[in-house]
Ligand binder design. Structure first.
Ligand code: NOJ
Length: 530
């Protein structure tokens, strides 16, 4: 069994609701994903991470699971999932499911039984109190919800419809392991584990992340489920740092393959309003954080290289000047994909998709955005400021439908899309990008080919890392080295122009159509030096 096989994967995240609709109901589905497998194969990715598509009342768009064993009818059937797993394999793609093990939906049978009586066998699956403390839910308001039938409160770190599971209960843990094994036996490659740092929580002590039993539980999860096979696992960790990350990823500890960290984004958050009011981006601050990750113990850590996902507004909007959208989209990918770690592409990155264009507060669908419109005003923002905060930060920005064709609705659906499709009807889309050798899509395909090429594989996977041109505060520039071979990246993370240093070597990747002696706005070069 090759336990580090995942190090050769490039993962593509699909947000199933917004990827491809096959039946005209305006919501993406599994059959839609199946129809796009040739596209994904051609892109060159090797694994697909699907945001949750289990049965759910969708209070938090599927991150509230009502049945771990069934696909929600809006996405299709269990047979569709079987077909997807099988057909994806034929296209060289393996499926990663998003497992939400910190909480269920309040519509889950376990919770329905647990809330009906203190005598329920599922009572111990959840967290209860007659004297709730002051912990606040991430989506706003108290994290405790009154349950009339049993005259006490249940704990929910997220929406009231997402009661937290009690990981102290062995019975509950075994029930979750059974669910994971059910999907592993069906042939899925692994899991993205939602807010996994929360599972060791001790609410009575106000400990929500990194609880005392967290790693013991993760080791048990590993041993009882995916640890027995060749797999990939990615934990979502908002609070881990470079040191605590190694507790998850040190192969000797047998927990997870890798974790997502978010301190590169958090570095720009406002001390009072958090992510809802970010201060201006500074490439140097960002760069210092991602470089530091490259220097953590190679034996014990493995990075995740991503710019976007379904929870954060598009990096193109956050960090770049959209006047240079096309160059910047290419630069973002090329500047980080050659670092040590697994590159993740979020659907639409490969065509340079940008944020949605929500005209009115009623256009948002996400519970977090809807709640925060009020919360931000209560915290002191004017109505206008709160609206602007949502326009920049709401998660719906990243969830708008994929742009496949230039037709109205972008070929995502024949019906009415569940979420606004964004601005610029005649803009970029897959079918146009396909025809253009200098498109963002063509660049992504080329970059992935280079990443997978055997000639560079060892440098990219195992090579040492050395930052270059540190005095240039708007650059991301570094060298990866393996024996005598070197790969050098020079990226201008700004709309300014600099003189281009001379680098001996072959240009592998470049995002402008011509070459000058300058490093132009968002220009990036990748060189190979032997
Ligand atoms: C993280 C998920 O990515 C997010 O979409 C969700 O709202 C929370 N976890 C709660 O499950």
């Amino acid at each position: 069994m090759n336990r580090s096989r995942f190090k050769d994967d490039i993962v593509y995240q699909i947000y199933p609701r917004s990827f491809q609709d096959s039946n005209g109901d305006g919501i993406g589905d599994l059959k839609g994903i199946i129809s796009r497998l040739p596209y994904l194969e051609k892109l060159g990715v090797t694994a697909l991470w699907l945001s949750p598509c289990f049965k759910s009342p969708m209070e938090d768009m599927g991150y509230d699971i009502a049945d771990y064993y069934s696909i929600d009818p809006v996405f299709g059937t269990n047979e569709d999932m079987d077909e997807l797993i099988k057909k994806a394999k034929k296209h060289g793609l393996r499926i990663i499911l998003d497992m939400v093990l910190n909480h269920t939906s309040k519509e889950h049978e376990w919770f329905k039984s647990a809330r009906s009586s203190k005598e329920s066998p599922y009572r111990e699956f959840y967290i209860w109190s007659e004297t709730p403390n002051d912990i606040q839910s991430t989506f706003g308001g108290s994290a405790w919800e009154w349950n009339e039938q049993t005259k006490d409160y249940y704990f929910h770190l997220y929406a009231p419809g997402q009661p937290d599971l009690n990981w102290e209960s062995r019975k509950m843990r075994n029930a979750l392991y059974d669910a994971c094994n059910y999907w592993l036996e069906k042939g899925v490659y692994g899991f993205r584990l939602d807010v996994i740092e929360n599972i060791g929580k001790e609410v009575e002590n106000h400990i929500l992340q990194n609880g005392p039993h967290l790693h013991e539980r993760l080791h048990e999860l590993n041993q009882k489920t995916f640890g027995r096979k060749e797999s990939i696992t990615i934990g979502e960790c908002w609070c881990a740092d470079n040191n605590t990350r190694m507790l998850y990823t040190d192969p000797k500890r047998e927990e997870l393959s890798m974790v997502f960290l978010f301190n590169d984004w958090g570095a720009f958050h406002d001390p009072y309003y958090g992510k809802w009011k970010c201060r201006p981006f500074e490439p140097k601050i960002y760069r210092d954080i991602i470089y530091a990750r490259q220097f953590t113990d190679k034996e014990k850590s493995w990075d995740t290289l991503f710019w976007n996902n379904h929870d954060i507004p598009r990096a193109l909007n956050r960090y770049t000047d959209l006047a240079y959208r096309k160059q910047a989209a290419k630069m973002l990918f090329a500047s980080t994909m050659f670092l040590r770690g697994t590159p993740f592409i979020y659907q639409g990155d490969e065509i340079g998709m940008v944020n949605g264009h929500f005209q009115s507060i009623n256009d948002y669908q996400d519970i977090e955005a809807i709640n925060h419109y009020q919360i931000l005003q209560e915290k002191g923002m004017s109505e206008e400021e709160a609206k602007e905060a949502l326009e920049k930060t709401a998660r719906d920005n990243a969830r708008i439908p994929m742009r496949w064709t230039a037709r109205k609705g972008y070929g995502f659906t024949k019906g009415k899309p569940w979420l606004d499709v964004g601005k610029d009807e005649k803009g970029y889309c897959v079918s146009e990008e396909e025809k253009d050798p200098s498109s963002v899509l063509s660049f992504y395909r080329k970059a992935i080919k280079i990443w997978k090429n055997k000639a560079y594989r060892k440098i990219i996977r195992d090579g040492d890392f050395q930052p270059d041109y540190l005095e240039k505060e708007e650059w991301i520039a570094y060298t990866r080295m393996y024996k005598e071979k070197r790969l050098r990246v020079i990226a201008n993370f700004s709309a300014h122009t600099y003189p281009l240093p001379e680098i001996p070597g072959k240009i592998l990747l470049h995002n402008y159509d011509d070459q000058t002696n300058e490093l132009r706005p968002y220009e990036v070069f990748v060189f190979f030096v032997e």
